[in-house]
Design a protein around this ligand. Structure first.
Ligand code: HEM
Ligand code: NAG
Length: 429
């Protein structure tokens, strides 16, 4: 698909703003981004991130991730209640003792371990973990799979926390890489082997295979269209679709890729991909074993100082959207396959944003995070007896992301626009 120069220059403007943002609360990311110039093109911003790994240098001792000793692989006891779910990164960490093997951890444990094992920026890890604790947990801890007695429905909660497997349209969404669409298959976390095989076969030569962002963006476009073609209830939500969906793709290369002096931003070959996705066998005989995601032997994470932060992630989100503008269309099928209808952003936001300005300045980031700010109070009203404490945490996390953007004020968000999409039932974010 070709993209217009208008979109590209709008994106370039957006990127320059995004990259320049200094975060107050998450100083970790701020330090990394403060040097950014304000006149960068999208390509320049991306190049800067890409080159950071090389600039920082490869340190095998610091980047080696142990899968030995206390970090040796231990398969989960799924029958005994250990939780595993739609996220292969979190599953692998729990299988190697970087997270508790029961699949339940606190916000701090998630932030520390995603940084330690994958080099996830503390801003990104913090935001994802706090959101998880509110939406899928008890405000302090949550399950990487489904509900569990380790996160009981007690102490000021109005129901039983459902874990990330039970967070459809709030966190987990449609058109994931290897996991099924919930309303099409009845679950959202069991690998569909043909989906994995489609990705795997996009780099058929084992000697040269590298599942990089180009490959993953093509794969995502194909998966997006498959959901339109096959899932009458496909829904591409403002948060679950516009922001979580790209993460599910970019994380594959950004985090799973094996870093080295030669390839500081990583190379992701067939064996490493299969290991992290708990797949064995060759292309004609691929087999998925639930919950056996493994950190490969002799594997190296992102460089220290080259963490994958929110601004870095946003450049990847925009680069993918520049190639495939459909990724940003919020909407869904209307109850039959191939009926995708986008909502008008103007109607959704009472005129504050529109399709054209969404790609200008920081509008996309403003739109997505302000939508969350607007959605979450209602969302957690149904979950916590006294939501003000948990809400404060998320509000401050969101503010520290958006404060430097100078966002237009989004006072209203008309969620009734989603009524025509049967796949958006329940509360969507
Ligand atoms: C606290 C941090 C994290 C949270 C809260 C989180 C949460 C999630 C959720 C809710 C999904 C389902 C999204 C969907 O519907 O497609 C998901 C998928 C995914 N996550 Fe994570 N995740 C985290 C960290 C990581 C890390 C460190 C990796 C590193 C590899 C990772 C890799 C992935 C991938 C590749 C998928 C897509 C799986 C597929 O459908 O094939 N995540 N994650
Ligand atoms: C990662 O790259 C290094 C350097 O090229 C190599 O020695 C190591 O075997 C690779 N690890 C994996 C899991 O492919």
């Amino acid at each position: 698909m070709k993209y217009s120069t208008a979109i590209l220059s709008a994106l370039a403007l957006c990127i320059s703003e995004v990259v320049a943002y200094p975060s107050a609360a998450f100083e970790y990311a701020a330090k990394a981004e403060r040097d950014a110039s304000t006149q960068e093109s999208l390509e320049a911003a991306m190049r800067k991130h890409q080159n950071k790994g090389r600039a920082v240098g490869f340190d095998p001792t610091a980047q080696y991730v142990s899968n030995q000793g206390k970090y040796a692989f231990k398969a989960p006891n799924l029958a005994g209640g250990d939780q595993r779910g739609p996220c292969p990164g979190l599953n692998a960490m729990a299988n190697h003792g970087y997270l508790p093997s029961n699949g339940v951890a606190t916000i701090q444990q998630f932030i520390d371990s995603t940084l330690k094992v994958f080099g996830m920026g503390k801003d990104l890890g913090g935001f994802l973990s706090i959101y998880g604790a509110l939406i899928d947990g008890d405000g302090t801890k949550w399950s990487i799979g489904g509900p569990t007695p380790y996160v009981p429905g007690l102490l000021g909660l109005l129901g039983t926390p459902q874990g990330i497997s039970g967070s459809h349209n709030k966190y987990e969404g449609d058109a994931s890489p290897t996991r099924p669409d919930l309303y099409q298959y009845g679950n959202d976390y069991k690998v569909i082997v043909p989906q994995f095989k489609q990705l795997y076969d996009m780099q058929p030569n084992a000697a040269t295979a590298n599942y990089d962002l180009d490959v993953l963006t093509d794969f995502r476009a194909s998966r997006f269209q498959q959901s339109i073609d096959n899932n009458p209830y496909f829904f591409n939500g403002p948060f679950s679709g516009v922001l979580v969906q790209p993460a599910a793709y970019t994380f594959i290369f950004r985090f799973m890729g094996n870093k080295s002096a030669e390839y500081p931003e990583g190379r992701l070959n067939q064996e490493v991909l299969k290991s992290f996705f708990s797949i064995t066998g060759d292309s004609n005989n691929l087999k998925w074993t639930e919950g056996n995601e493994k950190i490969p032997n002799n594997w190296y994470k992102r460089a220290i100082g080259d963490e994958y932060t929110i601004p870095f992630f946003l450049t990847d989100v925009l680069a993918a959207a520049a190639q495939h503008p459909e990724f940003l269309s919020i909407g869904g099928n209307t109850g039959t396959t191939n009926s995708f209808t986008g909502v008008d952003i103007t109607d959704l936001t009472d005129g504050v944003f529109n399709g054209a300005t969404l790609l200008k300045g920081n509008n996309l980031a403003c739109f997505v995070f302000q939508n969350l700010q607007n959605a979450v109070p209602d969302l957690i009203k149904g979950l916590f007896l006294n939501p003000s404490g948990p809400l404060g945490q998320l509000t401050s996390a969101i503010s520290s992301v958006t404060a430097p953007f100078v966002c237009p004020n989004l006072a209203k968000f008309d969620r009734s626009q989603f009524d025509k999409f049967p796949g958006s039932k329940g509360f969507v974010a």
